[in-house]
Design a protein around this ligand. Structure first.
Ligand code: C5P
Length: 396
């Protein structure tokens, strides 16, 4: 770890004091910390404290001749393996989401070619404001990683999400982003299916569903973070491929199956995709015209079941995991699915809960032959990390 370096941008918020403890933890682990303290940040912590703990100079001014002579802001933005923003204020998030660059911190965020990890900290109303929601979505789409915020009492006397994650949690996220965490899945191959499938009716129309692909992409990323070599077979989604994951784009269920089969042999298969159960029997090469005869009948035929096929493949992955999105009797259906599909685990989720389908959170239960494990409602990223961890334990 000695050679790893981070650039730590400390924004202006009461949580800035936690950046000092984060710096201490990182230095103790042998990670180099080069701090940038925003003007607002300097109202909360002093450059001297930060510099002493980081054992490095503190940068703060885009227009400082001395700083620029020593290390220009472009060079600064490339000098680390990871850029960490803690606290990431609403203002810093807004600037980064919109590409504004009017001080050293925002200019560095725009100029960097390194991964960025943000630890947001702000008042609960600010965190929940539609503008911050939009900025968060934009930043996530741009590949920015997030840790927190936590829910709790705030310095301003309100209660809710917006507290910066604790230094230990940010430290863990930094280590994971630096690829320095434990890699129990190193040398293991994994296939993950994600997103919807799209089954053409004619050249312009198709049958598809509302799957966003978020959960599957998060699982692919979490398995890769634990060292697995991941092939993500994805239907059409609006998501960027997670870092270090090989993505194969497909449209139909049959293409998805073919892509999975060519990714065999593998140690792990996690089928998260919402595969269309049926496809139109025939798709002509011409658009079906509105005629006098009323709506045309569309004959449907069954699609191949990818999960069931992988579960009985000659080179069956050692662990095959399926998902069950149900609206009622979630666990009973999951048990039946386990038997029917021949997989090892079913991750059951209740999609009747508002915000699950396409949302950022999921409440799941892991159903295995040995029993059932219910997990509380949590972010899809957290479900993914826990699941990857459970998979790693299973394959020990
Ligand atoms: O049968 P059902 O669609 O409810 O099963 C869901 C599980 O099966 C999911 O893991 C899904 O990815 C997988 N599946 C599949 N191929 C299909 C249908 C479902 O892999 N054709």
């Amino acid at each position: 770890m000695a050679e790893k370096r981070i650039l730590l941008i400390v924004g202006g918020g009461i949580a800035a004091y936690k950046a000092l403890e984060l710096t201490r933890l990182l230095r103790k682990a042998g990670v180099g910390v080069r701090p940038i303290l925003t003007q607002a940040g300097a109202q909360f912590v002093t450059p001297l404290s930060l510099s002493a703990l980081a054992e490095d100079k503190v940068y703060g001014d885009l227009f400082s001749l001395t700083d620029e002579a020593e290390m220009g802001h472009i060079e600064l933005s490339r000098s680390a393996d990871l850029v960490v923003v803690a606290p990431a204020t609403a203002d810093l998030m807004a600037k980064a989401a919109n590409g504004l660059a009017n001080d050293l911190a925002s200019t560095t965020l725009l100029a960097t070619d390194k991964p960025v990890l943000m630890a947001p900290a702000m008042n609960v109303r600010m965190w929940e404001h539609p503008a911050t929601r939009r900025n968060l979505e934009t930043l996530k789409r741009d590949g920015v990683l997030f840790v927190g915020p936590d829910e709790g009492a705030m310095a301003c006397g309100e209660y809710g999400p917006g507290r910066m994650a604790e230094p230990a949690a940010i430290f863990e996220a930094v280590m994971a982003a630096l690829g320095s965490g434990a890699r129990p899945l190193a040398g293991k191959r994994a296939i993950v299916t994600a997103g919807p499938t799209a089954e053409p009716i004619d050249p312009v129309r198709l049958i598809t569903n509302r799957s966003s692909g978020k959960q599957g992409y998060a699982i692919a990323a979490a398995l890769a973070a634990l060292g697995a070599e991941v092939t993500l077979v994805s239907g059409p989604t609006a998501l960027p491929a997670p870092a270090g994951v090989k993505r194969v784009d497909v449209e139909t269920a049959r293409e998805m199956l073919a892509a999975c089969e060519s990714a065999l042999p593998a140690d792990i298969a996690v089928c998260v995709a919402a595969v269309a159960d049926w496809r139109p029997e025939s798709q002509g090469d011409r658009k079906i015209k509105k005629g006098d005869g009323g709506p045309p009948p569309i004959a449907l035929v069954e699609n191949p079941d990818i999960l069931a096929t992988l579960s009985k493949a000659a080179t069956r992955p050692r662990l095959v995991v399926g998902f069950a999105a149900e609206t009622n009797d979630v666990e009973a259906h999951a048990r039946a699915k386990l038997a029917k599909k021949g997989c090892d685990w079913i991750v059951a989720n209740d999609v009747s809960v508002e915000g699950t389908m396409g949302g950022d959170e999921n409440a799941v239960a892991i159903v295995t032959r040995a029993g059932i494990e219910r997990w509380e409602r949590m972010a899809k990223g957290e479900v993914a990390r826990r699941l990857a961890q459970r998979i790693a334990e299973e394959l020990q």
